[in-house]
Design a protein around this ligand. Structure first.
Ligand code: GTP
Ligand code: MG
Length: 428
């Protein structure tokens, strides 16, 4: 059955694109595009008139057809570029439904592409990451994976591990004295190399997610410390109220900014102190919650003995005051002093060690599979080193392969598929 959805965002725009996919897509559009010149033809855009049930023209549109299997979904697919008025879009969709099509679920076009073998699971997930990425760096890693970079790397690791399994199985029935010379030592060295590759991509995941989804940075500390002044300076706008009074900020105020292409959600919070006012007390509670949830906290306070790695301890108002206490940095938000150094520190703390490697994971599901693969590979390594039976080593290597399979496989359970594709937009 054909599915239909609008692939562009709702609302008014110059153009909107309605997409249809399925065997009877052409038959469906013929019910409201009576144009005789419209033929079922691959990649041939035609300017057509759209007519309603009474035969009255309600829009002019460009129709592009993609014939199976040479389409995004692998099925016959039609894109109707109409004028971007929601009334026109919903009329087209109604006419498609009347002709037997059904409304596409979120991500159903990509799910069909996956089902029809047009892409594997990691490639399908990269479509979602391209759409949702908050930085160009995030989009780039999505595109890399859509072109098969992740699948290719996983395939290479898998091929190597299958090689180990074959080699060890060949030696299973041989007595210890007759084992290939250096078999154990060579395998140990090669397994170690693969563990290193997998662990490097696990380590990279958090940082790469920051480029993908953005990081949350919270300004916190006592009242009147200059949090809102710094907030306004960093976002380059007088957004938060600044006064010489303590307890000025009550609600959490947030804005987005980029530091060297890294998307950041910056949050200004109420100064933390004992307060009689109910409104301020609630604000302080919110501040404490934000501190706990943050990826990084800019704390306007001295460094405690047990400092936290996701905190930068800032001494502000360095233009009028001095201190002998321990801080990570001395700044003046009012006089714009050392702010570039602070930005560098924020960047370094969040993604400093990040160097995009060969393998870039774009979802937590992929991370889970790589963690599982690494765990089994490490077990295999230990067993082999302790000269345990080769059967046990092979078992762990096989478990490692099944974990890697989860990244690209075509035999994933329905519930996993549903959870992946439901995070997509309608029309993709
Ligand atoms: N001299 C100097 N004054 C500053 C500096 N930063 C902020 N101030 C002043 O300190 C006062 C308080 O600043 P805010 O930014 O409102 O402080 P806050 O931490 O947001 O305070 P609350 O919202 O009450 O928690 C204002 O009068 C600011 O102009 C600075 O670097 N130097
Ligand atoms: Mg404030």
């Amino acid at each position: 059955m054909a599915i239909v959805a609008c692939s562009t965002p709702p609302g008014r725009s110059g153009l909107a694109v309605v997409r249809l996919s399925g065997k009877n897509s052409y038959k469906t559009i013929k019910t409201f595009i009576p144009n005789k010149t419209l033929k079922k033809k691959h990649l041939f855009p035609s300017l057509v008139e759209l007519v309603d049930e009474k035969g009255e023209v309600f829009d002019q549109a460009v129709v592009t057809q993609y014939l199976s299997p040479n389409s995004y979904t692998g099925e016959d697919l039609v894109e109707i570029s109409c004028h971007g008025n929601p009334i026109i879009v919903s009329k087209i969709i109604d006419l498609c439904l009347a002709a037997g099509a059904s409304i596409a679920e979120p991500g159903e076009f990509t799910k069909r592409a996956y089902m029809n073998g047009k892409m594997d699971l990691s490639e399908a997930e990269s479509v979602s990451s391209i759409i949702h990425a908050k930085s160009l760096a995030g989009v780039r890693s999505g595109i890399k994976n859509l072109k098969g970079s992740l699948s290719g790397s996983v395939y290479e690791i898998k091929k190597t591990i299958i090689g180990f399994v074959a080699n060890l199985e060949f030696n299973l029935d041989i007595s210890e004295d007759d084992l290939q010379p250096n078999l154990i030592n060579n395998t140990l060295a090669e397994v170690k190399q693969q563990i290193y590759t997998l662990d490097a991509c696990i380590k990279n995941f958090k940082e790469s997610q920051f480029f993908q989804e953005g990081a949350s940075v919270v300004l916190a500390g006592p009242p009147n410390a200059g949090k809102s002044t710094l907030f306004n300076l960093l976002i380059n706008k007088k957004h938060s109220i600044v006064t010489p009074e303590e307890g000025t900020t009550r609600d959490v105020v947030e804005k987005s900014l980029f530091i060297k292409q890294l998307p950041i959600t910056l949050k200004d919070t109420a100064g933390i102190r004992g307060s009689q006012s109910e409104a301020e007390r609630q604000g302080i509670l919110k501040s404490k919650e934000e501190v706990l949830d943050a990826d990084l906290v800019i704390m306007f306070d001295k460094k405690p003995k047990k400092s936290l790695t996701n905190h930068i301890y800032v001494f502000n108002k360095s233009d009028i005051a001095k201190t002998t206490d321990n801080y990570d940095i001395h700044i003046s938000a009012k006089k714009n002093k050392k702010i570039q150094d602070l930005k560098n520190m924020i960047y370094k703390n969040l993604v400093g060690a990040f160097t995009p490697g060969e393998i870039l994971l774009t979802s937590k599901r992929q991370l889970g599979a790589v963690c599982g693969a690494s765990k089994h590979l490490k077990q295999a390594y230990t067993l082999l080193k302790e000269k345990n039976s080769l059967e046990l080593v092979v078992e762990d290597l096989n478990l490692c392969i099944s974990e890697l399979d989860k990244i690209t496989t075509k035999t994933t359970r329905d519930d996993i598929l549903d959870s992946i594709f439901s995070s997509f937009c309608v029309g993709k």
